[in-house]
Design a protein around this ligand. Structure first.
Ligand code: GDP
Ligand code: GDP
Ligand code: MG
Length: 317
């Protein structure tokens, strides 16, 4: 590992620690109240723990799964004390987060270039911002990146991407406001092929007012991309806003119903105590998380790493 990589890792860690602070403080404040004066994990502790997990937006199903696992372990070792509870909780939380089948493959881009990532999600969750940050991420890995402005509904959406593409220094393909998103996507991939681009990021509009419209629009974008490359899009990344708690589950449900989602980005984990959504969503939808947003800065979109995430969460500050 070279010096710069180390520096980057340290900064990444600090930004993660900072980003998860609210969720973590809220969670461990509650936990410490539950176990104060307790010498062993009893039913009361488990009941309280269940309530804490649910109120931390982990979701009922995932919470029950975690509690069941802990209960089994407590049964085996009757004198489990509350210090050990921390450790077991950490292990069970790590276990519950969905893994990609092949992590290397999941994180790298395909050889079949350009690797096309279609970015979807409801309005306001952070799609456009995350695309800017992802462009920066892939560029910093040495890839040639191009962005397609297929959220054509508002002029401001196109302008916002323009600003990001200039800031990062990558190409942007756009049309007039109101033009067909599928047509923009087609243009983008065509231009990317001609320019020998490695990674294509396509922004989309997020209105979910009508499931059929959404399905048709995403379906059409996928169809035209396939005219240029049958394997495109290589990824459909769903962006969800972590600060919306249970609503984020609802969004994930609606999108997984209309299209196949291959990866998740959970944004806005900073500034919220609802970081528990990461656990619940990953467990219940069985979709690996690729990125997490822990701030508004260009470097505040991190490649999600389960171990780093759980370590940061359980680190005593
Ligand atoms: P879109 O409608 O899905 O494209 O959402 P935008 O990318 O326009 O983002 C909506 C707002 O969320 C903007 O003000 C972003 O700066 C903000 N945002 C996005 N990601 C994050 C994040 O990880 N943390 C914070 N604090 N804000 C974010
Ligand atoms: P509302 O508040 O739900 O009525 O939504 P707005 O009209 O304010 O639009 C919010 C966002 O949804 C816009 O920025 C677009 O991204 C998207 N959007 C809304 N309507 C359409 C549409 O007919 N087609 C497409 N592609 N996107 C739309
Ligand atoms: Mg947008």
């Amino acid at each position: 590992m070279n010096f710069f990589k180390k520096l980057f890792t340290k900064e990444k860690k600090e930004s993660l620690d900072k980003g998860l602070k609210k969720s973590k403080d809220s969670f461990f404040n509650k936990i410490s109240k539950v176990i104060v004066g307790k010498s062993r994990v009893d039913d009361e502790v488990l009941d309280d723990l269940e309530e804490i997990l649910i109120s931390s937006d982990v979701g009922v199903k995932t919470t029950l799964k975690i509690i069941d696992h802990i209960e089994e372990r407590v049964k085996k070792d009757k004198f489990l004390n509350s210090d050990e509870l921390d450790l077991i909780l950490k292990e069970e939380i790590t276990r519950i987060i969905c893994d990609s089948e092949d992590e290397n493959e999941f994180l790298s881009i395909s050889n079949d270039k350009p690797h096309v990532i279609l970015v979807v999600g409801v309005n306001g969750v952070g799609k456009t911002t995350s695309i800017g940050k992802m462009a920066n991420h892939y560029k910093s890995l040495g890839h040639k990146v191009m962005i397609g402005a297929a959220d054509t509904f508002r002029a401001a959406a196109i302008d916002q991407l323009q600003v990001w593409s200039e800031r990062v220094g990558v190409d942007l393909v756009k049309q007039e406001m109101g033009s067909d998103p599928a047509s923009v996507s087609f243009d983008t991939l065509e231009s990317a092929i001609n320019k020998n681009i490695d990674v294509v990021l396509i922004d989309t509009a997020g209105r979910l007012h009508n499931k059929t419209n959404l399905m048709n629009e995403l379906g059409k974008i996928k169809r035209v991309l396939k005219k240029k490359n049958v394997n495109a899009p290589h990824e459909v990344l769903l962006v969800i806003d972590g600060s919306t708690g249970q609503n984020a589950f609802e969004q994930a449900k609606q999108f997984t119903n209309v299209t196949e989602i291959t990866s998740l980005a959970v944004t806005k984990l900073d500034g919220t105590a609802k970081g528990g959504v990461v656990l619940g969503i990953s467990d219940q939808f069985n979709i690996p998380i690729k990125f997490i947003g822990v701030g508004e800065g260009i470097d505040d979109l991190q490649v999600f790493n389960k171990k780093e995430f759980v370590d940061s969460f359980f680190k005593k500050s």
